[in-house]
Write a protein that binds this ligand. Sequence first.
Ligand SMILES: C[S@@+](CC[C@H](N)C(=O)[O-])C[C@H]1O[C@@H](n2cnc3c(N)ncnc32)[C@H](O)[C@@H]1O
Length: 222
Amino acid sequence: MLNARRFASLPKVALATLSLLMAPAPAALAQLGARSAEEWVRMLDSKNRVMKLRVDDAVAALKLAPGSVVADIGAGSGVFTLPLAKAVGTAGRVYAVDIEQGLVDHILKKAQEEKVPNVVGVLGKFTDPALPARNVDVAFIYDVLHHIEDRVGYLKSLATYLKPTGRIVVIDFHPELGPHKNDPSLQVTKTQSETWMASLGFKPVAEHPLYDDKWYVEYARP
Ligand SMILES: C[S@@+](CC[C@H](N)C(=O)[O-])C[C@H]1O[C@@H](n2cnc3c(N)ncnc32)[C@H](O)[C@@H]1O
């Protein structure tokens, strides 16, 4: 045992080594702008927000073929999950991915209540969506990328779950018009996204001008 007297008598080098060993580990990755599941549901389902999302138009823009597999990344309260699941039909499926188990449970309950059978709940990790199969046609990331600390790391991992023809779809705020305009750590620009996607071999293949305050871009491998 190292008591106070023996500790004080240690040579400087040993003390320095000890203090390094006892230093706290580097902070683990976290969600930026985190909230509890209850707070998320209250905020995400607020009438004012949902009205502005143009959910039906946003889903229709994807032109999902029946039977498609969609990963709703950062699915939150499921505002998009259920419409996506209806759009792909019972031959398709939607992975509802979130890092909050409470939100995954909330979505599964909603899917059961609304008798939507093709939603699969997935508890993701900060840098990995942890999907059960590498068969995704469309990864849909709505109002989420700016909450992820290691954005390019996450997209890199996500890309490995896509079919060769799969698309990654990102919708996020124009920083100056979004709710985080005073917090650069919670902003992602279309240009940044395009650079990250290019580094992974993806190019923009469609853009949908549905919103004044958000950009909506689909990326795919050439
Ligand atoms: C602003 S909400 C958007 C929810 C939903 N996409 C919508 O637009 O209604 C952000 C969601 O991303 C989730 N999230 C944050 N970081 C994540 C990560 N690394 N992987 C998966 N989900 C994440 C949060 O828990 C939260 O549910």
